[in-house]
Design a protein around this ligand. Structure first.
Ligand SMILES: [Ca+2]
Ligand SMILES: [Ca+2]
Length: 359
């Protein structure tokens, strides 16, 4: 021990005096420095080893490189996939099914793993959690096979790739018989379509069209003012077409039989009924015809089952009473014209609502 201290003291002395050369020889080790700055540590001639042993929480640096860390990285093994190799089918999912799959991999060194997609495509609606390796989402409603490559990477940058597949199958959305009231179901991708019988409409044929207002009425006004027009209005009167709304305090007044009040529904609809009220004791509606048009240009009259123009009833003298009239034959129309035929008082004056389903 005393000898070791002596050598260390000598070593320090050489450094303090900025020696350009020194050489320390001990029975089994040589430490030498040259003027050029090279330092040699050599084991002695008897096959000795050289050990560089850091403290419990220390390490060994060469330059700025942590050698223990470097060896850890060099020796680190890539992660190992737990799934079938080299091809991993992850399952078959019906459209709309919840997809929840944990990709399994381990690192022999036990470092934290992250996951990345390196090729292919996930099913639309399915996503990878890069931190946990979970695939989550909802299976698309199509018959398809999705193939994708996932790379699992450890904290040393070592990685392993694996290819997986997910199969999806289209679900029969008609299986639950969603169409009501005699409607016919057609399956589609992610949805279904109902072909409703005549009187019904809506996604599931749950709407009775003759009870479904389009919203002309004054307190609803789904039909904007600009979609109402009057022809041959009374004395070019102050009463505008848009006043002809059921429940309005005023109404639309026409000159006579050649006058009409038109409502543009904005799109084609399955029209099945109308309601009217008169305007006042002077301006009423007793009977009327209806014209229907797909394009606002060519109009045809709403007919009975016999093919003759159907004559509808208003409320006549009971002008404030609402008279509802259901068509004998439902019509597909965008434009509806109310054409007064008879009235009490001096002129036809009235307010309207229309009942229809969206097509
Ligand atoms: Ca590793
Ligand atoms: Ca389907």
């Amino acid at each position: 021990m005393a000898t070791e201290l002596l050598f260390l003291s000598l070593f320090a002395l050489f450094l303090r005096t900025e020696a350009s050369f020194f050489e320390v020889r001990y029975p089994s080790v040589v430490v030498s420095a040259e003027t050029g700055g090279n330092l040699t540590i050599a084991a002695g001639p008897n096959g000795g080893n050289i050990y560089m042993t850091p403290g419990d929480r220390g390490t060994v640096f060469i330059g700025r490189t942590d050698m223990l860390k470097l060896f850890e990285v060099v020796n680190s093994q890539p992660p190992i996939w737990g799934q079938k190799a080299p091809y991993g089918p992850l399952g078959t999912f019906l459209g709309g099914d919840v997809v929840s799959i944990q990709l399994m991999a381990i690192d022999p060194e036990g470092t934290h793993l992250r996951f990345e997609k390196v090729s292919g495509a996930f099913p639309p609606g399915v996503y990878l959690d890069k931190a946990t390796g979970e695939l989550n989402g909802t299976a698309p409603d199509v018959d398809a096979t999705y193939e994708f490559g996932i790379r699992v990477i450890d904290e040393h940058g070592k990685y392993a790739d694996q290819t997986f597949t997910i199969d999806t199958r289209e679900r029969d959305q008609c299986k639950s018989s969603p169409c009501l009231n005699g409607g016919t179901c057609t399956d589609d991708f992610g949805t279904y379509k109902c072909q409703c019988t005549t009187k019904y409409g809506g996604k599931t044929c749950n709407i009775v069209c003759a009870s479904q207002t389009v919203g002309v009425a004054f307190n609803v006004k789904k039909i904007p003012d600009a979609q109402m027009a009057g022809h041959y209005s009374y004395g070019s009167s102050d009463h505008k077409a848009f006043e002809g709304r059921l429940g309005s305090s005023t109404g639309w007044i026409g000159e006579g039989k050649s006058s009409w009040l038109q409502v543009d529904l904005g799109n084609l609809r399955n029209v099945q009924a109308v309601s009217t009220q008169g305007y006042s004791t002077t301006y009423t509606l007793s009977t009327f015809y209806l014209d229907c048009s797909l394009d606002g240009n060519k109009f045809t009259n709403v007919q009975t089952v016999n093919g003759t123009a159907e004559l509808f009833n208003g409320s006549g003298k009971q002008y404030s009473t609402t008279a509802k009239q259901v068509f004998a034959v439902p019509q597909t129309c965008r434009y509806i014209r109310f054409k007064p035929n008879t009235w009490t008082g001096t002129h036809p004056g009235f307010r309207v609502e229309i009942f229809a389903c969206e097509l």
